[in-house]
Design a binder for this molecule. Structure first.
Ligand code: SF4
Ligand code: SF4
Length: 278
């Protein structure tokens, strides 16, 4: 028996919303009983693309986090459901039975990921089914994965060593979107945004001209990384620990070195860091 999962690479997601639209196209107005009932016109995001604004002006960033049902091994929605209205298939897909779940609004509130939606018209809770109706008909991909132009979504059978998802999962460190929920999420992520630090190096003796190709090091929290500034004198270190303490060191020939110690209470932009001549 298969063990289906989706591996989501945040770094590859450009926020195009194709996955969301493909999901809407598949389910809006379409019943696939007993798998799922039709999505209503508004208010349901079975594949939600969350936008996370990061950093501070003038160097902000946006990260996109595709968020379907996580198909949890220990699913709180399943525990909250009565009469077996939510069940886990042998292939790991967590399903809501549209008929048995009628009137059970408590199922919506049980999900810590907030990915179950209440259909006011039909009085049923609804969510992503990993396109189980398609898979059972022999299709190889859910619609969202099929529509993704960047390869940010990889679907497959983790128990099949030949599958791309099994190969990738063995090569990279994957994680749950919210490991603190402890639900055993089957959907896994790589590249979940952490904190970043950025700044611009300038030469103080030259009308604050930007300093390209300057060596910048970052140490702390077990890290020892190095980069060089770009043509605008900018540098950046991504993937830093929340509340971690680090040191940025800047070195350029003919200039006094600079060291800055800081704690990642939030994303940091140092702005201009001046290098004084020796
Ligand atoms: S993410 Fe929410 S809806 Fe999906 S299986 Fe887990 S608890 Fe249930
Ligand atoms: S289709 Fe792919 S790239 Fe576009 S928003 Fe969805 S996951 Fe991101």
């Amino acid at each position: 028996m298969a063990r289906y999962s989706i591996l989501i690479d945040i770094a590859k997601c450009n926020g195009c919303y194709n996955c969301f639209l493909a999901c809407r196209d598949e389910y809006y107005g379409n019943d696939y009983l007993p798998y799922s009932a039709a999505q209503p016109l508004n208010g349901q995001f079975w594949m939600q693309v969350k936008e996370i604004e990061r950093g501070v002006y003038p160097k902000p960033k946006v990260s996109y986090i595709p968020t379907p049902c996580m198909h949890c091994e220990t699913a709180p929605c399943m525990i909250a459901a009565q009469d077996g209205a939510v069940y886990r298939r042998d292939d790991g897909i967590v399903m809501i039975d549209p008929q048995k779940a009628h009137g059970q609004k408590g199922i919506v509130n049980a999900c810590p990921y907030r990915v179950i939606y209440w259909n006011e018209d039909t009085q049923i809770p609804q969510k992503c089914t990993m396109c189980a109706h398609r898979l059972d008909e022999g299709e190889t991909l859910p619609r969202c994965v099929e529509s993704c132009p960047t390869g940010a979504l990889v679907f497959g059978d983790l128990d099949d060593p030949q599958s791309e998802i099994a190969r990738l999962s063995a090569q990279v460190q994957t994680e749950s979107l919210h490991p603190e929920f402890k639900t055993g999420a089957s959907v896994q992520y790589v590249g979940i945004p952490r904190r970043f630090v950025t700044g611009e190096i300038v030469f103080s003796d030259n009308e604050s001209e930007c300093a390209p190709n300057v060596k910048v090091k970052l140490t702390g929290e077990g890290q020892d990384r190095e980069t060089v500034t770009d043509i605008f004198g900018d540098f950046e270190f991504e993937g830093l620990d929340k509340n971690g303490t680090y040191v940025v060191s800047v070195e350029a020939d003919g200039y006094e070195p600079v060291e800055i110690e800081f704690t990642m209470l939030s994303d940091i932009n140092f702005g201009e860091i001046e290098l004084d001549p020796k």
